[in-house]
Design a protein around this ligand. Structure first.
Ligand code: GLA
Length: 296
């Protein structure tokens, strides 16, 4: 049910799609790859039109993290040096994946030796009908979100926090993904479908429900919970058939979806968004769970 490659080399060399990766140091986009911190300006690589995406050209997804076995799981570690991709401070990041029953828990932590910005997520693509199945458009999505952050034509948030009610972004009740994905709507046009950050209901920092996907064909259910303030629903609009998975079938447009728990895109440049700054002496901490189930 998760899209991916069948060998490590493909993960390291085909960087366009971020299958199963942990994008960083800053997952999602930073406008013009620029931000200010403590009066100093920083420039990141522009690898997505005019913007920096997923930490830049050689972001965390391009690295083979070191791995250590822990109880019921594995802990991955990456040390990103001061100045890596233009970001200040040596950042030490850990992601612990543990399995309990049908729940995969991802626990992220990080420390820095200089003030920096951080936003980590998991970029797994799901297709509950099975990896290699042609489309996710028949799956039903529920998002625990009454608001989302509209974007400009380069997918940078405008700064507005808008209500989903009455728009194709209203997933407060289970809705078939394909029903409105091609609706006449500028937000959908900019992104070629859903590729937007939703504001998760409830208090950031507490683990709470964020999303649920139901596949009527199989009865399979994926439930996502997170401590993060937001979740990017990406409908796999940029998949173009060039990548192939273990089943051999090409991964075509909208044959997988991502639910990337995160801080909002471009937060370092948006004063009204929750802060993504990390200071020395503090620890970044974030938890997301993916739970599989069946409902008939
Ligand atoms: C994120 C972005 C998308 C796309 C994918 C990778 O989900 O929001 O626009 O770049 O990563 O293909």
């Amino acid at each position: 049910m998760v899209l991916g490659y069948n060998n490590l080399g493909d993960y390291l060399h085909n960087q366009e799609f971020y299958f199963g990766a942990v994008p960083g140091r800053y997952a999602n986009r930073i406008a013009h790859g620029k931000f200010m911190l403590d009066g100093k300006s920083y420039q990141l690589p522009l690898n997505n039109g005019p913007n920096s995406l997923h930490g830049g050209t050689n972001g965390f997804a391009t690295h083979n993290w070191s791995a250590k076995e822990i109880a019921n799981g594995v802990e991955f570690t990456l040390v990103s040096p001061d100045g890596d991709q233009g970001y200040p401070g040596t950042l030490t990041a850990h992601v612990r994946y543990t399995l309990a029953g049908a729940t995969v828990r991802m626990e992220y932590s990080a420390t820095t030796d200089k003030p920096t910005v951080i936003n980590l997520t998991n970029h797994a693509y799901f297709n509950l009908s099975g990896e290699g199945s042609p489309s996710i458009l028949g799956e039903k999505l529920t998002l625990d979100a009454d608001q989302y952050t509209p974007v400009d034509s380069t997918l940078i948030p405008t700064g507005q926090i808008a209500a989903v009610a009455g728009t194709p972004f209203d997933f407060t009740h289970a809705t078939t993904i394909g029903d409105r994905i091609d609706a006449a709507n500028d937000q959908l046009k900019f992104a070629g479908g859903y590729d937007h950050n939703f504001v998760v209901r409830g208090t950031p920092g507490t683990l709470r429900p964020a999303a649920k996907v139901y596949d009527p064909a199989s009865g399979r259910v994926l439930s996502v919970a997170t401590t993060e303030p937001g979740i990017q629903f990406y409908a796999g609009n940029f998949l173009d058939g060039s990548a192939k998975g273990p089943s051999g079938g090409p991964y075509v447009k909208r044959s997988g979806l991502c639910l990337e728990t995160q801080h909002y895109p471009d937060s370092p440049n948006q004063a009204n968004f929750p802060s993504t700054e990390l200071k020395p002496g503090h620890t970044y901490h974030s938890v997301t769970t993916f739970t599989m189930g069946v409902e008939k």
